[in-house]
Ligand binder design. Structure first.
Ligand code: PMT
Length: 392
């Protein structure tokens, strides 16, 4: 489950930091892309170069002195999972109390992805009521906690407080990232098709691909096996199987080669294309050309007509009321239709946000507020997972 996933390993200052070098290696061996953050105290216990050699990238060690403009937010968004190992009492205390005073605590507070903490400290510190209270708070935030265990501690002591073994942390990470999508294939289409008029011109539309790519990204994070068929040249999660296409015909062919459990058709597919594309550039000097149009294939229909058919989500880019979309959902015979009014500010084409209405088979509607497209993707996948769950 770690293949292709992005793991941010935060190493804080305890003697157990030496074990995190092995943890980094195990994560890399499991197929994850690993980046490392280290606190100042962690650097007292183990060198940054060790992690650089294992992960292929230099660790990030300061809030303000990295190659990135805003390391804590950029790394918080980059990761699929944040692991804090070892997690010292100080870091646990800072995060539980919202104190983002170093790179590690700021990143944990800035991230929205799952966080797995592997506490390590002396038994007396572990048993202190402040630690108990802080861990209770972190559990309340939904963070995952693994260990500690009984064993040898720093300075020849032994007792409760030894960090969980790297293998156990890797297994826990896989379980967390497994998500509801484990074993399920999702097909996502994204972007606007381009139908050639001649070698330099095309009929197209304003779809940027942001909506579809956000869905593919969110689906990967939930453990789905994702194929993304897209016309857009946007950053894509490394775990997604990417098929780049240009035209509706190419998109149809790519979609035909995928047998998903869930199909989410967010692409803006041209409804018409030039019947034939000119072989050379149509010269302006020849006067106004007459371009004969023909229909493109209905890709959504080709999916809906399959036996067995996947759970199918269509999108409706409309410029009118939701009623037309309810009718469209019925006609298109989709399991769920995502309606967006593309004339509304902040919605539809090219924006980072979208306001959508989810329409189910019985015509029931769920209106979502204006949200980041990444959040629309999460809410949509929640609905898909719930509906599939109900179908058994
Ligand atoms: O890419 P962004 O800039 O982020 O913008 C997102 C979006 C506005 C493109 C997206 O949210 C959206 O609405 N996508 C669907 C756009 C569209 O083509 O809507 P439609 O109502 O014309 O098509 C209905 C459905 O049929 C869609 O699922 C579409 O993918 C599908 N279709 C349409 C025509 C066709 N020939 N084949 C199809 O499969």
């Amino acid at each position: 489950m770690l293949q292709g996933r992005r793991v941010l390993l935060c190493v804080t200052g305890g003697v157990a930091a030496y074990k995190s070098a092995y943890l980094a290696r195990r994560l890399v061996e499991a197929g994850a892309t690993v980046r490392v953050e280290m606190t100042e105290s962690a650097l007292e216990f183990v060198g940054a170069q060790t992690f650089a050699a294992i992960t292929g990238e230099h660790p990030f060690t300061a809030l303000f002195a990295a190659d990135l403009v805003s390391p804590h937010t950029e790394l918080a968004r980059w990761a699929d999972l944040v692991i804090v190992a070892p997690a010292t009492g100080a870091t646990i205390g800072r995060v539980a109390n919202g104190i983002s005073e170093d790179l590690v605590s700021a990143t944990i507070i800035a991230t929205t992805v799952p966080v797995l903490l592997a506490p390590a400290m002396h038994t007396e510190m572990w048993e202190h009521p402040a630690t108990e209270r802080n861990l209770e708070t972190l559990r309340g935030f939904g963070y995952h906690i693994i260990g500690p265990e009984i064993g040898a501690l720093a300075g020849g002591d032994s007792g409760m407080g030894r960090v969980a073994e790297p293998e156990e942390i890797v297994v826990a990470a896989g379980d967390i990232l497994g998500g509801e999508g484990k074993g399920q294939k999702v097909l996502v289409t994204a972007g606007g098709t381009r139908e050639p008029v001649d070698p330099v011109r095309y009929l197209g539309n304003r779809s940027s691909g942001k909506m579809g790519h956000a869905i593919a990204d969110a689906a990967i994070r939930r453990g789905y096996d994702v194929t993304l068929v897209t016309t857009a040249d946007l950053p894509t999660h490394p775990a997604a199987k990417l098929i780049r296409v240009e035209t509706a015909e190419e998109m149809l062919a790519a979609v035909a080669g995928v047998e998903p459990h869930v199909a989410i058709m967010a692409a803006a597919v041209a409804d018409f294309r030039p019947k034939s594309a000119a072989e050379s550039k149509i010269p302006r000097a020849d006067g106004l050309p007459s371009i004969e149009l023909t229909e493109t294939p209905d890709i959504l229909a080709s999916v809906v007509q399959r036996h067995p058919r996947p759970f199918t989500v269509g999108f409706a880019a409309e410029t009118g009321g939701v009623e037309r979309a309810v009718e469209k959902a019925r006609k298109k015979d989709v399991d769920l239709l995502v309606y967006n009014d593309v004339t509304e500010p902040g919605s539809g084409f090219g924006t980072d946000t979208n306001r959508v209405v989810l329409i189910d088979r019985s015509g029931d509607t769920e209106e979502l507020p204006l949200l980041a497209k990444s959040e629309v993707a999460e809410r949509l996948l929640d609905r898909v997972a719930a509906a599939i769950g109900e179908q058994g």
